[in-house]
Design a protein. Structure first.
Length: 117
């Protein structure tokens, strides 16, 4: 089985910033914060097709995202901040008052739907 450990980097996107004017309760915002980006070779190594659902697990929690390929470094995953990334954060703040939110070691698992198994 291919290595399923990666480094996750939650980010802010310009599209996310524009969408905030419309509000977080709209479907467009939900799509933004529920979609992660991986390097195409990483997706291939885990047999993850573009648009598939994946489960991300950190030491503090787990969340589900749609997976898309993009121009990101091998071994790294990028996802816009939002409710799903909050489920992956721990409570440790290193004295700053803000939980550590970059460079999380995570595991990626393809979610196989019953209809495709």
């Amino acid at each position: 089985m291919a290595e399923s450990r990666f480094t996750l980097h939650p980010i802010r996107t310009s599209k996310q910033g524009q969408q905030i004017n419309v509000g977080k309760d709209h479907a467009e915002y939900e799509v933004i914060v529920n979609t992660l980006t991986m390097h195409p070779d990483d997706m291939k190594s885990l047999n993850i097709p573009h648009g598939a659902s994946v489960r991300i697990r950190s030491q503090d929690g787990e969340a589900t995202f749609l997976c898309q390929e993009g121009k990101v470094p091998l071994g790294m995953i990028f996802v816009p901040y939002g409710p799903p990334t909050c489920r992956l954060m721990g409570a440790e703040t290193d004295g700053t008052g803000m939980p550590t939110s970059k460079g999380w070691d995570v595991e990626v698992e393809l979610i196989v739907s019953e209809s495709s198994s």
